[in-house]
Design a protein around this ligand. Structure first.
Ligand SMILES: [Zn+2]
Ligand SMILES: [Zn+2]
Length: 122
């Protein structure tokens, strides 16, 4: 299968995966909602499965300590266009929560996280 590449809105940052992941994780926590959308769509992958190209050094990281689980989450986004790129949770070292919204084609199989915070009309 061909590699799977996504990009932020301005195109400064691209994220490439070897193949499209089979499962998407929808996070309904309030902090993901504030970062854009009624929930965030994530592919949870190992560091070795994710290749990030950022030739203009556009990435910025927000260290989020006020999360639902009280665990620190580093949220990386493009400081040029504001697109969320990926998050890394302290509790899941070595894992990337890559934002599936970067990719044109999105995996259909879904698991929900923090569903108690889900907006009722979803
Ligand atoms: Zn951008
Ligand atoms: Zn979340």
């Amino acid at each position: 299968m061909a590699s799977y590449t996504g990009t932020c809105n301005c195109g400064s940052v691209t994220v490439t995966l070897a193949t499209a992941p089979s499962m998407i994780y929808a996070c309904h926590c309030l902090n993901c909602r504030r970062a854009g959308g009624p929930f965030s769509m994530n592919y949870i992958l190992g560091e070795d499965e994710v290749t990030v190209h950022d030739s203009k050094n556009s990435r910025k990281q927000y260290v989020d300590t006020n999360t639902t689980s009280k665990a620190t989450v580093k949220r990386t986004f493009c400081q040029n266009c504001g697109s969320p790129l990926y998050s890394q949770a302290e509790k899941l070292a070595g894992k990337y929560f890559v934002k599936a919204s970067l990719f044109d084609e999105i995996t259909m199989t879904k698991t929900d996280i923090f569903q108690d915070r889900q907006i009722h009309w979803i």
